[in-house]
Ligand binder design. Sequence first.
Ligand code: PMP
Length: 350
Amino acid sequence: MKGWEKNIRKVVPYVPGEQPKQRGIIKLNTNENPYPPAPGVAAALKGMDADMLRRYPDPTSEVLVKELAAYYHLEPEQVFVGVGSDDVLAMCFLTFFNSQKPILFPDITYSFYDVWAEMLRIPYERCALDEEFRIVKEDYYKANGGVIFPNPNAPTGVCQDLAAVEDIVAHNRDVVVIVDEAYIDFGGKSALELIDRYDNLLVVQTFSKSRSLAGMRVGYAMGNKILIKYLNDVKYSFNSYTMNAPTLAAAVEAVKAEEYFKETKGKIVATRERVKVELGKLGFRFQDSQANFLFITHPQFSAREIFEALKIKKIYVRYFNKPRIDNYLRVTIGTDEEMDELISFLKKFM
Ligand code: PMP
């Protein structure tokens, strides 16, 4: 090790899903939306006057904040937007998790959390899921420095009912509880309705999944005005986290396109329910996912072997080589045609 390396902040990096660029593949590995963004998004980008790029963007992202506030019937001061929910979550960690006590999150969950806790040197403790991959709410009642969990959870897809979410928030009034709702539009019940009653609750969502804008990087947090103010204080000192002007214009169009949003997420949910039946017939086991993916295992076949065989056929799914879930695959719900190809391959494989 070189002398200067000892002062480097070392982290075990987050490993994102593969992003193969070749054409003709079926990409079911990173929970993207199989349908294009709302037509108004492309129109907004096409109609852009490049001269606007001479100017700095609005550091408050006011146009998008207002659009989201109106959509969710909130005050603009209750909404914070950022460059993808990963960045929003990173700013939440930085802003809210400053205790000597460990923050709590599930074991198994989104692997960004431990990477960010390590990065920021935030102590953390993982709370095991039960046999059916459910969060055990009582585990979150002990003293802690904050709580974060996705609902539905990733990569399991398992959703908690709102009463359980509320119990966790209510038992943690002295710390901030973040509910990461990246997948909430596909079936779960959002905790947003609790934010008026619980000033320690922050709900984070994204445009990456249900609004088909993963490539654009738009995420947002909703909570009471004091929480949002603290987030903005941190953001202003890091100007690179500011949303750029084309993104703001396009994201506003995505929020306006309510009919398109309902139609595309409805299609994904219908496909998911059909695929559950088909995979069940093939002997796959899984918990009842409310997300745009299924987390599946087969008692007779190795997940890794299926993963590798699928890849040869240019069908990409996600395999996590981690304890307890090393015989599982996470399969994003694509179009009906894509899912039919997956199922017919699996039928031949078995
Ligand atoms: N939370 C969860 C649970 C996720 O699975 C993801 C997607 N990887 C994110 C947040 C981040 O999504 P984005 O940064 O694209 O908004």
